[in-house]
Design a protein around this ligand. Structure first.
Ligand code: 4AD
Length: 466
C-alpha cells in the first residue's frame, strides 16, 4: 500500500514533501478558471488544498472537475505541502496542500440538509452572521437529529463522543484497579427492576417480560454470588413519559455494586475518587476535544474539589430554607430545587460537583436500606453536577424477609422478582452501589443544555429514528 497521512498530522515539518490524504470536501471555491481551493476535512481536522493550473500537472478541466465536486464528497488528494506566509482562516492545519492529483472516491448528493461549516458555529456566531447579512441556513435541533450522520461531523460533536469514550475508559480502568470485576447482566427480565411505570413491556415467548430499567437486581445478585465488587457498562431502558432536556428512553448506565464492611460512606468514597480521577484525566488528556466543544457550545470548566463535598439531605433542606425555598423535609427535591441548591452550594463551597446523602426513605426505591438511627431516612445518596443529578446510589436491604416487606410496601408484585429475593436467602453480605447516567455526565461536564447532544442516536419519547 501507499503511505497515507492524516489531516491532523499535516504540519510545517512536512514542507515540500508529497503527501496522500483522504477526506471530505468541506468547502470548494473557484478563483477564475485556473485556480480552486478545496478545504478537506478528516475527523474534525481541516486543511486547505490548492489547485493551480500548471503544465503537465494540473489542467483547466481538472480545476473545473474540482469546483464541480459536491460538499462532503470523499476525495483522495496527492500534493506537496507548502507553508503560506499568512494564517489560514477556515482550516485547523496551518499548511496548504498544492494538489497534483485528485480523485473523487464517492460523491455526496449535491444539496445537503446541513452545511457542516455553518452547523459547527456557536449560536452566538450564527446570530452575528445572520445580522451581518451572511447567507446562512440555521438548522434547528430536530433537523440536526434527523440528519445526525451529518450533524456528528462537526468538530464539537466529534469531541463530545471522544470524551464519552474516555469517561467509559476511565470508569473501567479505575474500577479494575480497585479490584472490581466487569459483568454483563440480562436486559430481558421478568419483572421491572426499578418499579414505577417507566418500563417497556414485551412478550417473551408468550410470557410477560420487561426491558431492564437498570442492572439493579442482577448486579446485587452478582454480589450474592460472591464477586465482592462488580461494575457494568450497558444499555438502560426507560419508558419515560417526560419529554425533557435530560431524559432519554435508552441511555448508557455505568453501574457499580460492592460489599460494604461498615458504612455506606465506603460507596461514596469510590464515587469521590472515581470522579475526581475522571475529571482530572479529561481536563488533562482531552484538551483538543474540550476546545472543539467550547467553539460550538461555549462553556466554563467544571469546578470540583479534591475531596468531594458531602452534604446530608437535611443540610440541603436547611440551606434551601435559609434562601427562602421551602420544601417538604421528607419529600424529594424537584428539578428546580436541585438547581437552586446547586447554586447555593457553588456560592458557599465553590464547587459544582457534590454528593447529597441520607435521603428520606419514602422517595427511594424499595431495595434501599433505611438509616439505622432513623428509619424515616435512608442510607442513600444522589450526586450532582452543576445542580443536576448524574448518579443515584445507596446501601441495599440484604435481609430477605425485610426486602420482601419493603417490596410489598412499595407496591411491587413480588412474584415477578422472587428469584431476586431468594438470592438473599443463601447468605448475602451487606452491600451498596450506584448508577451513573453516561449521557448526563457528558452533558453536564460540558454544560450542554440537552442530553440529545451527548447521545449519538438519541431515543426519546418522540424519537426512534435514525
Ligand atoms: O436514579 P436512577 O433511576 O437509579 C437507578 O437506576 C439505580 N438502580 C441506581 C443504583 O445503583 N441505586 O438512575 C441512575 C442514573 C441517574 O442518576 C441519571 O444519571 C441516569 O441514571 N438516568 C437517566 N439518564 C437519561 N435518561 C433517563 N431517562 C434517565 N433516568 C436516569
Amino acid at each position: 500500500g501507499r503511505k497515507w497521512t492524516e489531516v491532523k498530522e499535516l504540519n510545517e515539518e512536512l514542507k515540500d514533501q508529497v503527501v496522500l490524504i483522504r477526506g471530505r470536501c468541506q468547502a470548494i471555491r473557484a478563483v477564475g478558471k485556473k485556480m480552486a481551493f478545496v478545504v478537506v476535512r478528516e475527523r474534525g481536522f481541516t486543511v486547505q488544498c490548492v489547485l493551480t493550473v500548471t503544465p503537465d500537472v494540473v489542467s483547466v478541466p481538472m480545476v473545473k472537475f474540482a469546483t464541480s465536486l459536491s460538499r462532503e464528497s470523499i476525495v483522495d488528494i496527492e500534493g506537496v505541502i507548502s507553508v503560506p506566509a499568512t494564517t489560514i482562516k477556515g482550516a485547523t492545519q496551518q499548511v496548504e496542500v498544492q494538489v497534483r492529483k485528485l480523485y473523487c472516491i464517492n460523491k455526496a448528493i449535491p444539496t445537503l440538509p446541513i452545511n457542516i461549516e455553518d452547523a459547527a458555529r456557536s449560536e452566538k456566531e450564527i446570530e452575528k452572521a445572520l445580522q451581518a447579512g451572511e447567507q446562512l441556513v440555521r438548522v434547528n435541533q430536530d433537523t440536526r437529529l434527523n440528519f445526525r450522520v451529518l450533524d456528528i461531523r462537526t468538530p464539537a460533536n466529534q469531541g463530545i463522543f471522544r470524551i464519552q469514550c474516555q469517561i467509559e475508559n476511565i470508569f473501567r480502568q479505575f474500577l479494575l484497579s480497585e479490584d472490581f470485576v466487569g459483568i454483563h447482566t440480562p436486559k430481558l427480565i421478568a419483572g421491572s427492576s426499578e418499579g414505577g411505570s417507566a418500563v417497556f413491556r414485551l412478550d417473551y415467548k408468550g410470557q410477560p417480560a420487561c426491558l431492564a430499567q437498570s442492572p439493579q437486581l442482577h448486579k446485587q445478585m452478582a454480589i450474592c454470588g460472591d464477586f465482592g465488587r462488580v461494575f457494568e457498562i450497558g444499555p438502560v431502558f426507560r419508558a419515560e413519559d417526560s419529554f425533557t432536556h435530560r431524559h432519554l428512553c435508552e441511555f448508557t448506565g455505568l453501574d457499580v455494586e460492592m460489599e460494604i464492611k461498615e458504612h455506606y460512606s465506603e460507596v461514596m468514597d469510590i464515587v469521590d475518587r472515581l470522579f475526581v480521577t475522571m475529571f482530572d484525566s479529561l481536563n488533562d488528556t482531552c484538551r483538543k476535544e474540550l476546545e472543539a466543544i467550547d467553539t460550538q457550545y461555549p462553556f466554563k470548566p467544571l469546578k470540583y474539589l479534591r475531596n468531594t463535598l458531602r452534604l446530608t439531605f437535611e443540610e440541603g433542606v436547611q440551606m434551601l430554607k435559609e434562601a427562602g425555598v421551602e420544601i417538604d423535609p421528607l419529600g424529594d427535591l424537584n428539578t428546580e430545587s436541585e438547581r437552586k441548591l446547586g447554586q447555593l452550594v457553588l456560592e458557599k463551597y465553590d464547587t459544582e460537583f457534590y454528593i447529597l446523602h441520607r435521603y428520606p426513605l419514602a422517595v427511594r426505591p424499595f431495595y434501599t436500606m433505611p438509616c439505622y438511627d432513623n428509619p424515616l431516612y435512608s442510607n442513600s445518596f444522589d450526586v450532582f453536577i452543576r445542580g443536576e443529578e448524574i448518579i443515584s446510589g445507596a446501601q441495599r436491604v440484604h435481609v430477605p424477609e425485610y426486602l420482601m416487606e419493603r417490596a410489598q410496601a412499595c407496591g411491587i408484585d413480588v412474584k415477578t422478582i422472587s428469584t431476586y429475593i431468594d438470592s438473599f436467602r443463601y447468605g448475602a453480605p451487606p452491600h451498596g452501589g450506584f448508577g451513573v447516567g453516561l449521557e448526563r455526565v457528558v452533558m453536564l461536564f460540558c454544560a450542554l443544555n440537552n442530553i440529545r447532544k451527548s447521545s449519538l442516536f438519541p431515543r426519546d419519547p418522540q424519537r426512534i429514528v435514525p
